[in-house]
Design a protein around this ligand. Structure first.
Ligand code: ZN
Length: 228
C-alpha cells in the first residue's frame, strides 16, 4: 500500500494526473435512508467537515483500518476539482470538475458517537491517516455530469450499499457551490457527497468491491492495523 505521502490522484484513462492531493470536504447526512438508519435529525443546511490530505490512500489492493474501534464503511460519490471554486453558483461548478470517482469515508463509529455526545469535533473518528481510500477518477464532460450516478459496495460478495445521486437531499452541484461559499476549493481537492444507507463494521479479511455505473470498479482486502 502507498503511504500518505505517496498517494497521487489517478484517472481511469491512465493519463497522468498532476493535481496535488489536497483537502477532502465531506457532507454528513445527505441521504434520507442513511439519516434514518442512524436516527439522526435532518439538517437545515449541509453538515460539513474536512479530512486533510493525510487521510488519502488509494482504494486498491489493501485498505488498512485502525487496530481498535468499530470502523464503518461509508461509500460515497467523489468529485475531483480541476479548477478553483470560490463563492461559486451552481452554473460554475460543472466546469471546475476534473473527474468523478468513489471514496470510502471510513468512520470509527464508537469514537464518533462518543465525540458527538460530548459536543466535540469528529476528526479523531473520521480524519485519521488512511481514512479516505479513493478510486481512480473518470474524466468527465458536461454530458457525463448531467446523468444520475449509481454506485454500490459489496462486502464478501454481498451488496451492502447502493446509492443513486438523484436521492441526495442536496444535489451535488448545489452542494459544491454551497461548500465554496465557506471553503475555497482548489485544484486537487475532493468533495465527498454523503453516504446512502448500509453503513456497517469492516473487519480484517473482508473483501470489498466498489463500482460506479459498472464503468469503474475497485477492489481491496481489509486489514486491521496501520502500516502508514
Ligand atoms: Zn460520510
Amino acid at each position: 500500500m502507498e503511504t500518505v505521502t505517496q498517494y497521487q490522484h489517478r484517472f481511469t484513462d491512465g493519463k497522468p494526473c498532476l493535481l496535488q492531493p489536497g483537502k477532502v470536504v465531506c457532507v454528513g447526512r445527505n441521504y434520507a435512508d442513511h439519516i434514518a438508519e442512524l436516527s439522526n435529525a435532518v439538517p437545515k443546511e449541509p453538515l460539513l467537515f474536512i479530512k486533510a490530505n493525510n487521510s488519502l490512500t488509494s482504494f486498491h489492493d489493501v485498505i488498512h483500518i485502525p487496530e481498535t474501534g468499530e470502523c464503518h464503511n461509508e461509500l460515497e460519490l467523489a468529485f475531483l476539482l480541476g479548477k478553483p471554486l470560490r463563492n461559486a453558483d451552481v452554473s460554475q461548478v460543472y466546469d471546475a470538475i476534473a473527474g468523478v470517482g468513489l471514496a470510502l469515508d471510513l468512520t470509527l463509529r464508537d469514537k464518533q458517537s462518543e465525540l458527538k455526545a460530548n459536543g466535540h469535533p469528529w476528526e479523531r473518528a473520521k480524519a485519521f491517516d488512511g481514512s479516505c481510500p479513493v478510486s481512480e477518477f473518470m474524466p468527465v464532460s458536461a454530458d457525463t455530469l448531467n446523468t444520475a450516478f449509481q454506485f454500490q459496495l459489496e462486502v464478501n460478495g454481498h451488496c451492502r450499499q447502493q446509492g443513486d445521486s438523484s436521492n441526495m437531499l442536496w444535489q451535488w452541484p448545489e452542494l459544491l457551490a454551497h461548500v465554496s461559499q465557506t471553503f475555497t476549493l482548489f485544484p486537487g481537492d475532493i468533495v465527498l457527497t454523503g453516504t446512502p444507507k448500509g453503513v456497517g463494521p469492516l473487519v480484517s479479511g473482508d473483501q470489498i468491491k466498489a463500482s460506479l455505473h459498472n464503468m469503474l470498479t475497485c477492489e481491496a482486502t481489509v486489514k486491521q492495523g496501520s502500516t502508514l
